[in-house]
Write a protein that binds this ligand. Sequence first.
Ligand SMILES: [Zn+2]
Length: 512
Amino acid sequence: MTLRVSARAKSWGRSFPVARFYNATENPATLAKVQRLVNGFAATIDSDDYWYPSLKASTACAAYTLDKILVGMLDACQFAGVRPALDVARRCVKGSIRYLPPRAYERFEAPKQAIYDEPYTLPENLFYAFEMTQEQEFRELAKKYLMDRTYFDPLSHGENVLPGLHAYSHVNSLCSAARAYLVLGQTKYFEAIRNAWDMIENTQSFASGGWAPNEEFVVPNKGLLGESLTKTHAHFETPCGSYAHFKLARYLLRFTGEARYGDGLERVLYNTILGAIDPQGDGHVFYYSDYHPSTQKAYMPDKWPCCSGTTPQVVADYAISTYLRSEDGIFVNLFTPSEVSWKVQGVPAKLIQTTTYPESDSSELRVELATPCEFTIYVRIPGWLRSPAQLAVNGQAISAAAEPRTFAAIHRRWQTNDTLQIHLPFSFRLQPIDDQHPNTVALMWGPLMLVALDPLLELPGKSIATSPEGITAAANSPLTFEVARAPGKLLFVPFYRVRDEVYTTYIQQKPA
Ligand SMILES: [Zn+2]
């Protein structure tokens, strides 16, 4: 199965946010800024194509810096139509060759001055350059940096080599394998990313969908996620991590059409990056999601960290995670107010989605078509559902199969102004942090991870899991829940709602 991302955006590199914002908004001032940035940067390149901002950049992080500049220039051309950017990209790659290592290496193998360089992330954007130019040099250079022996080969055989690895850069590197699968067609790269996704989801993830405390994958089945709650405040590198997670989820969605990857994308979207506090404009950004008891959200003390770049990147890409196209229709992956235009057998079609999800648990799609057309609308039915999804066309219930973790297929001859109503009943559930800490739980409401706005750490019995009556919705405040306790009551809100309040993500449940 091959799906295509449906917005105008058609590519998935680490993005140049301004070009992607232009693609999403078509604002002329944004386009002018892309042109200005490309021209300004081009003027700094020496006649021998040396472009690094400093000696340190070219010796300590030659690959890391190239990866960012390369995708910036490719995006400027691809998404903003700034053609000279492509030549700037060519010159940067040429000017980098003598500084790049001979192959991809892990941090422990790296030369002393370059232990934080990430040559294993290069192939994704080098393949992107190849796709845009069809120039073989890019393809060959991309192949050179595929980390097969220590990473993709074992992953493709189901061997879990993640523990101990730097998390974000290695998830980003999985996107290089995804691109290798697209360009080279070798199935081992697909198997590697599919297996790695399962390993991350099953053994590395918090209730939010975020992963890897202190930026490092843990050894599974040792209770290390549970132990990390009180040992660190650095539980998930949120902007970078969600950026890589979304790219990987979109690749897997495209390759398989399986809803589980959309579930994983939704979970990380609502519970991590949408919970980031706003960038300050002076380089201070939100960096780590913190699941320590009784904590507060905070900015990274250092200005302009990696996450100051990925924050706008991930935001610019929100739109391309919502819909995907197939030969026979359109896939609705996210429930969010939006519209998408495409063509059905040459007929212009539009889908307009109206919803307040996740404040409500329903959504409505309205079709606009020049003439009636037969096609399928695929709707993601989330895996977290505990009672059946309800679907209706023009207000009439329909009996399409709607199993959780699948896309329900609604095939018919659609006419303009037809509507599709989707109801996904939210319910409470408790998510233990790991098998070794079964009573350390996060409270979930549909797709949302709720946190306690109070440092109280114990919940009475197993009441929440078995009888949601113990929780009531607060009057006049959507998505605020109260749990009675003595004295007073405990308030729960989604992680993204928290600003300056002290909050606790995992609570101890007293065994009943
Ligand atoms: Zn980062």
